[in-house]
Design a binder for this molecule. Structure first.
Ligand SMILES: Nc1ncnc2c1ncn2[C@@H]1O[C@H](COP(=O)(O)OP(=O)(O)OP(=O)(O)O)[C@@H](O)[C@H]1O
Ligand SMILES: [Mg+2]
Length: 319
């Protein structure tokens, strides 16, 4: 893979609550290569958004980053001042949220928002900014007449497209997509993901892609990282992880989704529910739901271990 673009090392994030800290990201390490798409999978509440927000350092309180490093190239984002971070956000690293409404300002037009972002980071005047904003909108399939629209005048799908145009405005090296199409219908979702894919091929940025939809993730990603209860349990190239998942949780997660070819008959839900992060299970956190659990799994914590080229799994039961 060469030098990674993003390298997350031993990252830990806690939500500080009255009942004590809740660790929502627990010693997580992984990398994203230049031009690579890495999918992040896992059930609701396992810490995916917390991880994404920690990378961008936009975590709202009561969350605190308790340890680790986040390297973007040769810069550790966790050691930057707020001012230094402002130089990095949008320009080198941008995020598209589940609801673009959260990122768009309701009281100014779409055009003004894009122009503001451009002018905050580059030396363009108003006219140049507006011309560039029109090009950016065109890139995501929106006509220039919408420069003067307000976010609430657009459909959900168009708002997400504006969010993508905005994220790509300064040609960042890495774009984090946190469930960018979850609120949309299937056809609009597919169109938007295909558009992101086409732009990614053309512009060469890297993507960290978070979704509940494992089928989409398998279609879209080069590598897959699987999260369970704040920890990374498996990471590897999309082929092996999709076809020969090594972790029992990945296998269960894949079985719980309709196959890519669309026959939902084999669909099985994962028994039980994800553990509370307030008091996670001892040893391997998946052991209460795991068909392969042994006494060792209940007492000892498995670390990620390489099982095949570029493919690592945290499980004692996997050879
Ligand atoms: N404000 C908070 N106070 C305490 N704990 C919190 C708070 N926000 C989140 N958490 C904890 O962090 C965990 C991870 O939340 P996060 O939103 O990162 O999960 P997620 O994987 O993105 O879920 P989803 O798939 O539903 O978006 C939650 O299970 C919860 O225990
Ligand atoms: Mg989330």
């Amino acid at each position: 893979m060469g030098e990674p673009l993003l390298a997350v090392r031993d990252l830990a994030v806690d939500y500080v609550t009255a009942r004590g800290p809740v660790r929502a990201v627990d010693s997580v390490s992984f990398e994203v290569g230049a031009g690579e798409i890495v999918g992040l999978a896992g059930e609701s509440g396992c810490g995916k958004s917390t991880l994404a927000q920690a990378i961008l350092r936009i975590l709202p309180p009561p969350a605190v980053i308790s340890g680790g490093q986040v390297w973007l190239g040769s810069t550790n984002l966790l050691s930057l001042s707020e001012e230094e971070l402002r130089q990095v956000r949008w320009r080198r690293l941008a995020m598209v949220f589940q609801s673009a409404m959260d990122a768009l300002n309701p009281v100014i037009t779409i055009g003004e928002q894009i122009v503001d972002t451009l002018r905050a980071h580059t030396a363009v005047d108003e006219a140049q900014g507006r011309a560039r904003a029109a090009l950016l909108l065109e890139r995501v399939g929106i006509g220039p007449s919408h420069l003067d629209s307000y976010a609430h005048q657009l459909s959900g799908g168009m708002r997400q497209r504006v969010g993508i145009a905005l994220a790509l405005a300064l040609e960042p090296a890495l774009v984090i997509l946190d469930e960018p199409t979850t609120a949309l219908d299937v056809i609009v979702e597919r169109e938007i993901l295909e558009q992101i894919r086409a732009l990614q091929r053309r512009l060469g940025f890297s993507v960290l892609f978070i979704t509940h939809d494992l089928g989409r993730m398998l279609q879209f990603s080069d590598r897959i990282a699987v999260f369970y209860a704040a920890r990374l349990v498996e990471i590897g190239p999309v082929g092996p992880v999709g076809q020969q998942p090594a972790h029992p949780y990945t296998r269960a997660l894949l079985r719980a989704f309709p196959s890519l070819h669309g026959e939902p008959s084999g669909r099985e839900s994962i028994g039980g529910s994800p553990p509370s992060l307030q008091q996670p299970p001892t040893g391997c956190r998946f052991h209460p739901r795991c068909p392969l659990a042994s006494p060792r799994c209940r007492s000892e914590r498995p670390e990620l271990r390489v099982v095949a080229p570029d493919h690592a799994v945290a499980c004692f039961a996997t050879a």
